[in-house]
Structure formats: C-alpha cells, structure tokens
Design a protein around this ligand. Structure first.
Ligand SMILES: *Cc1c(COP(=O)(O)O)cnc(C)c1O
Length: 425
C-alpha cells in the first residue's frame, strides 16, 4: 500500500521513516504520543506557492492556527513567509519566533480592543475586517492611539467550497466576512472613517478544498467587487485569496498549489488585474502532510461486534477525528506478519467520541507503535489537556537530524497557575 500524502514518508526494511529517520527509534528516544514533522516537507510545500508567484508582488501568509509551534513558525519566517493570525496570542507567538510584523495579516471575527491595540503597536500589514461593527471599533481604537490602521474587508463571496459544514466559510449564512452585496457600502464607510486606510480585499472560502473551481468562482466575485470599489474612488492595493487548499488524507486529489495559483493568476491577468499584489493564507497545505503522530498500543480488547485497539494518544492530542469525523490514515510503524483484523483505534479519554480511526484493518499487538499520518495540521495546535493529560512532545527533522522542538508537558505544569483555597475557619 502506498502512503498517502508525503513523499518524505517511506518504509525501509518494513519500518516507517520520515526523511530517512526511523520513527521507531524516535518513539523510543522521545516517548509517545509524539508528533514528528519533516521540515523539508514544509519547505517543499511553501516553495510550490512561491514558485507560482515568482515575478509578482506577493506575500504568502502562513495561517499559523494550523500549527503554531515556534520552530514551525521560524521555519516559515526564514522561508520569507508572512503570517495570518487570528488572536493577540498568535501575534505574540509569531513575533517570538522571528516573524516580521509588516508581513502579518490579522483575521478573525471577534478582535477585541486590546488585540487591536496590540496589533497596531506591532505594526501589522493589515487588519482583515469582518464586520461593520469591527470597522467602527478599529477606527476608534486607531484614532485614540494616534495611528492609522491598514484595512482589508473580508468579503463573503457566497460560493460553496464543497467541504464539511464546520470548515466551509464562504457561504452567506455563516459567521465570517461581510456579505457580497453589502461590501461596497462597507468600503465607503471604511474610506470615510478616521484612522483607517483601505489597502486590500480579502476572502477565505473554507478548508480542505479539493477543487480549483470554487477558488476561481470566488476570485471572479472578488474582482467584481474590486472593480466596483475602485470605480467608487477607493483604491484597492492587494487581493488576498485566503487559504483552504486541501491535502491528501486518503484518496483526495487536490490540485497542486503551484497549478492552482497559476490558474488564479491567469484569471487575474485575463481580467486586467495582473499587476495587483496577491496575498495567500495557506495553512493546512503547508504543514498537514509534513507531520505524523506516533502512538503506542496499550491494550487490545476484541469484542463480539467491535474490536478496540487502545492507544496512548487520544482526542486531546488529535481532535480532528472526534470533532469533524475526519478520516486519517493509521499505519503500523513496524509491519508485523499475521492476519489483519478490523480495529477501532481509540484513546484512553473518558468519552465515547475519543477515537482516532474506526474499522481499520491492522495486524497489531500490545506495545506496537502506530503512526497517524497527515497529522501536521490542526493536530498539536488543537491539543488540549482534557483528563489532565500533558500535551505530547514534538520533534522536527531538520537536515536529516531529529530536533526536539517541544518538551513533553508535565502534569505539574498543568496546575502551576492554580491556587488552593485558604484553610477553612
Ligand atoms: C483557517 C484560515 C486559513 C487557513 O486555512 P487552511 O484550510 O488551513 O489553509 C486562512 N485564512 C483564514 C482567515 C483562516 O481562518
């Protein structure tokens, strides 16, 4: 069976390796559950976008919510990326990793005053504003701070990206963005309010998109607006087409990033927008296929109707299956002889929703290692401490060498900020 996702992942003598580093050895050395990333895979992924954008004014803003570990951010900062952030916490994190503020775009529907002040003080590239209320508040905050906030409106192009309802964001009835038919009026307001400067337009239509058509539809809708807004005398400098490109979890065949971008640029050229700066906000497609989650089989519990394979990673480590019913490939790290049977691979958390995979044909025994593939995006970044489970350690393979980029959390870390009540009486 071929491994979905990454050419960086391969078996040698029956043992799974990432960039030639034996995953068995890493699990023994660093323990499990363990996230392992290939830096080379991340760099390949971003290079595909950059290649297609070469010769244009552009900025690839890594949507850091997909995986915000410092070494991952540092990797993309060094590769020349900007960042798409959605909170003040992400701003602090990316600055700590060496991200440049003038390459940061700030997205999100619920920016607080404090977050606005923080981003203005840092000098971000632009605020992707998602509502009229936010626009008015940003104007007040910027004026009070004696600054000018660069703004772009996130418009909702009302196209169906054909993904899971929780990760589709470009339709009229979800919480994101300004409706297409209101956008011109909100741009007029932005141009009139003090403390704001219109710099761009922005859309983001969903996640795990596996076709080019929704992007091209959204682009057309956005360019229609650009033309209308500029005809009203408000110049738009950049067009930000968001992120959302899918990856291969099983048999999906999303367009290659360079081919998708080339198609979008060709459409822009054909409509006379060839000289406009282009921003993109890829998240998953830069990191998803670059990572695996390693876990050790604790117990096998065969049953009358279901067989459970209980592992030491759980929904708190990797939420996607429980939250989105996402299918993620699960591979034994070391292949063993024997007949495969169907197992539900589940974690130790006290929830029936705590599963990583269902009905997976596997030949396994207690103590075996399993790898959950394509786990680089929305894995560690969504991890929690439910059941007082310390979060996993993370290793990045850099030039063929494993580097521990995050220590395993300790239980004591988890209650360090808590206090007991004073003695009674
Ligand atoms: C999440 C998000 C992205 C990245 O989405 P992916 O599917 O991970 O590429 C980009 N832009 C915005 C505004 C987002 O919220």
């Amino acid at each position: 069976m071929s491994l979905p996702g990454s050419p960086h992942l391969a078996r040698r003598d029956g043992v799974l390796g990432l960039d030639g580093v034996d995953l068995d050895g890493l699990a023994r050395r660093f323990g499990t559950p363990l996230y392992v990333y290939s830096q080379a895979a991340m760099l390949d992924a971003v290079a595909a976008y950059q290649r297609a954008l070469q010769g244009r004014a552009h900025l690839v803003c890594y949507a850091m919510k997909a995986n915000s570990s410092l070494a991952v951010l540092q990797t993309f900062a060094r590769a020349g990326c900007g960042f798409d952030i959605v909170s003040g916490g992400e701003l602090e994190r990316v600055l700590a990793a060496g991200g440049r503020p003038e390459r940061i775009v700030f997205s999100g529907v619920g920016k607080t005053r404090t977050e606005m002040q923080q981003a203005l003080a840092a000098g971000v590239h632009c605020f992707n504003v998602e509502s009229e209320g936010e626009l008015r508040r940003l104007s007040e905050v910027a004026t009070a701070a004696g600054r000018t906030a660069p703004v772009s409106l996130r418009v909702n192009p009302d196209v169906d990206a054909g993904t899971h309802p929780y990760i589709s964001t470009g339709l009229r009835d979800n919480k994101f963005g300004v409706a297409h038919e209101q956008a011109l009026a909100v741009y007029r307001l932005a141009a009139a309010l003090p403390g704001l400067q219109v710099v761009g337009i922005d859309c983001h239509i969903g996640s795990q998109i596996t076709q080019a058509a929704p992007y091209l539809d959204a682009l057309d809708r956005v360019l229609d607006l650009v033309e209308a807004v500029e005809a009203a005398g408000i110049p738009i400098h950049h067009v930000d087409l968001g992120g959302g490109l899918g990856i291969t979890y099983t048999d999906e065949q999303p367009p290659r990033a360079d081919e998708l971008v080339a198609q979008m640029l060709a459409r822009m050229d054909a409509r006379g927008h060839g000289r406009r700066e282009v921003l993109l906000e890829p998240g998953r497609s830069l990191v998803g296929n670059a990572g695996v989650l390693l876990t050790e089989v604790q117990y096998l519990k065969p049953g009358a109707t279901k067989n459970f394979c209980i592992v030491d990673a759980a929904m708190n480590d990797l939420m996607r299956p429980a939250m989105y019913q996402a299918w993620m490939a699960i591979e034994p790290v070391r292949q063993r002889a024997g007949v495969a049977r169907a197992w539900d691979v589940v974690g130790p958390v006290c929830e029936s929703g705590d599963w990583l995979g269902r009905d997976r044909p596997l030949a396994v025994a207690e103590g075996d290692l399993l790898a959950v593939l394509s786990a680089g995006a929305y894995g560690m970044a969504m991890a929690s401490n439910y059941n007082t489970r310390p979060r996993a350690a993370e290793v990045m393979i850099v030039d063929g060498q494993p580097v521990l980029i995050r220590e395993r959390e300790r239980a004591a870390d988890l209650f360090a900020g808590e206090t007991l009540l004073p003695a009674a009486g």
